[in-house]
Structure formats: C-alpha cells, structure tokens
Design a protein around this ligand. Structure first.
Ligand code: GTP
Ligand code: ZN
Length: 371
C-alpha cells in the first residue's frame, strides 16, 4: 500500500517527519529495530498518567537516555550519550536526572542501543528537552495501540536524506526601512520542514562574490530588542550595509537558540539568570555548544545562483561550513552589535569559549576581560 503512494525511501523520511510531530506534541512513538520494539517518550511530556501506563509495560526494563554533556554534569566520567536504568518510572528521579541543577548520580551509565540512539535523534529533531524514556515492549503488549511506528534506520538516514532538500515556495518584494529594494524568498525543507528565508537586498552581481549573512533567528533580540545579545543590531546593520553597497543576501534561518529551539533557549536564559554563562547553561540542559548546521543555508545560496561570497560574521564555524559546502569564501568581515551591561559576558564567552572573532579591545574597554 505504502509504495502506491510514495517510493520506499521517501516513505521512510515521511515516517520520521510524522514522528517528529508526535514527539513535539508530547505523544509516545513506537520505535522498531529489526524485531525489537520500544516506546519512546520525551521527558518533557511525562505526567503521572503516562508514567503509570509505561510502568505497566516496562516491567522494570525502562531506561532514560541522556546526552553526553548532561551525563558529565551528573558526574559521570563520559562525554558520549548514555542510558541509565529506570527500575521504575519514578517522575522525581527522572526530573532530577534530566534537568535538576546540581543533581549528581553515580549509578552506571551504559552505551546507547540502536533504539536509544533513534529516540535521542528524534528528540533532537523535535527541539524538545534532550532526554527521553525508552521502554522495550513486545508486539503483543502494544497490539492495537494508536501509536505511530517508525523504523530506527529511517531515523538514522533522515538527516542525510533531508538536510539539504530545499525548495523555493514563494517570493515577494518587501521594502525594508533602510533597504527599500528587498525581496523575500521563502524556502521549505531541510530537517523538520521549517520555512527558511532569503532576503535579497538590491541587485547583487552573482558573477562576483556576493555579500551574505547567515543570521540565526533570535526572537528576543531580533524582534524585541533584548539586551542579552547583539542579534537585533547585527540584523538591521547588515540589511542597511547591503543596501548602501552592492546589495547582498541575508539568510534568516529558523535556528532559535543556536539550533536548540526557543523553549530550550528560555530554559537556558533561566539558568543564566542564576549565574550560568551561555555555554554552561546549554551544557547543564544537555546540549553541546552549538547544534546548528549550515549545509542547508549553503544550498539556499546555490539555488539563488551564488557561487562566491563575502560573508559577514564573527563565527568561524559559519565560514568553514560554507567552504565545506563548496562555496568560494572570498572574504569574511565582522559585524558587531552594541555592547551593554547585559550582553558583554555573552560576547566574552563567545570569544573565549567558541573562538568568535570579537573585538578584544572593545571587550577590554568594557572592563570584563583583562587580556
Ligand atoms: N542556546 C542559546 N542560544 C542563544 C543564546 N543567546 C543567543 N542565542 C542564539 O544564538 C544564535 C545567534 O545567532 P547568530 O547571530 O546568527 O550567530 P553567531 O553564532 O553569533 O554568529 P555571528 O553573529 O554571525 O557572528 C541565535 O540562534 C540566538 O537565538 C543563549 O544564551 N543560549
Ligand atoms: Zn540574540
């Protein structure tokens, strides 16, 4: 039946997209690896009803899958993701293991099975808290249950199949303040089928290096002028600069919170309000320093006919990503926002911990760094 509608490979990717939707909605998903089955439930979605149902199915065999950074924070000597046995679905223990600050556990953590790996990847794709309960089940015990099934191989192959599959779905002129000749081009595709936008400012000459910026969405900074970062300034300054010079292309990428999603960014901001720096906060939540990939952004540029770029960024990873994707990076230029008491620590951390090219003199003048 399925092959009547879609080729098998396409059906695999579609089943993952459906599973991402289930995860984001807080519903369990049934994973299959050969003859083994397991139910995966994001920790974010656990309540006492779900816990009771899982308890009955688990018969002591459930486990909690956590990322490497989270296990490290718990005191485990490992950087790889792993699982911790859950003899019972104890919500307090699960909450402590997955998110409590200062929680420490010395129970052994084991390597992920194929089922656990798939569960972790789904949670990552769904942009929810990166912790998932995995409950091995028999086919008989879930017969007739209204659960979405997805094969672990489909999940493993998903990124490769979809990461750069971008198509243009609409475009229209939108005059901007400071850049009246601007056209918005909307792309759809990539992981999670999000909408991504390219804003073509002026008439860039595609036969020469085109000025580009890859700008990851920051609702707080871009729209509300949050003082915690420099995003809003960078965004508007880039558009103005492109309009004043030979034009350019600004990619506005749906990658809130360095790719962690907006809810996780707000969790991180809450930790920052209690003294954590930007990277420590993400680590405490189980994330690495930066989850973003820019291969799909390079594909957007290629689809617009760009071969060579002059990129405006302080982030070395963006430069390397475009080069890796086969674009000629003819130059890279800095773009700084205004510094203030609320964002100077954030900018210092980006310089010191992620190698961003941020003007040390400016930071020094602000008095936060010594050398
Ligand atoms: N997780 C997390 N994300 C943050 C925090 N502050 C800002 N962000 C996100 O960081 C990203 C910043 O995007 P960009 O300005 O494009 O990227 P950048 O890596 O700073 O590089 P350039 O600005 O090009 O130098 C956005 O996705 C923001 O939502 C934070 O404290 N934690
Ligand atoms: Zn920001």
């Amino acid at each position: 039946m399925k092959s009547l509608l879609y080729p098998d490979k396409e059906f695999s990717a579609i089943s993952v997209e459906r599973a991402i939707g289930e995860m984001r909605s807080g519903r369990p998903v049934l994973l299959r690896a050969g003859r083994s089955l397991a139910i995966a439930v994001g920790v974010e979605a656990l309540d006492s009803n779900t816990a009771q149902t899982l308890e009955a199915l688990a018969r002591g065999r459930a486990r909690l899958a956590l990322t490497g950074p989270r296990l490290k924070k718990l005191g485990f000597d490992r950087t790889e993701p792993g699982i911790i046995a859950l003899p019972s679905i104890d919500l307090t223990r699960i909450a402590a293991l997955s998110g409590e600050i200062g929680a420490r556990f010395d129970a052994p953590a084991a390597a992920l099975s194929k089922l656990d790996k798939a569960a972790m990847e789904l949670v990552r794709l769904a942009l929810i808290e990166p912790a998932v309960v995995v409950v091995p089940v028999s086919a008989k015990s879930v017969a007739g249950a209204a659960l979405l099934h997805v094969d672990v191989n489909a999940i493993a192959d998903y990124r490769g199949a979809r990461a750069t599959a971008m198509t243009i779905v609409s475009r229209a002129p939108v005059p901007l303040e400071g850049a009246t000749d601007a056209e918005f081009v909307v792309f759809r595709g990539g992981e999670g089928l999000r909408d991504q936008v390219a804003i073509i400012i002026g008439k860039p000459d595609l036969s020469k290096p085109v000025t580009v910026r890859l700008h990851s969405a920051c609702l707080t900074g871009d729209l509300f002028g949050s003082l915690k970062c420099d995003c809003g300034d960078q965004l508007r300054e880039t558009a103005r600069l492109m309009a004043k010079t030979d034009g350019g292309i600004l990619l506005y990428l749906d990658q809130e919170g360095r790719g962690n999603g907006f809810s996780n960014k707000m969790r991180a901001y809450d930790l920052q309000a209690h003294g954590f720096d930007t990277y420590d906060a993400d680590e405490a939540l189980g994330f690495g320093h930066d989850q973003r990939r820019f291969d799909f952004a390079a594909e957007m540029l290629k689809l617009l006919g760009v071969h060579a770029v002059r990129i405006m960024t302080n982030n070395p990873v963006k430069i390397a990503a475009l080069e890796h994707a086969g674009l000629d990076v003819a130059a890279d230029e800095r773009i700084m926002g205004r510094m203030n008491d609320h964002n100077v620590r954030y900018l210092t951390s980006k310089r010191d911990r992620a190698g961003h090219f941020i003007d040390a003199d400016q930071l020094k003048a602000y008095g936060l760094i010594k050398d």
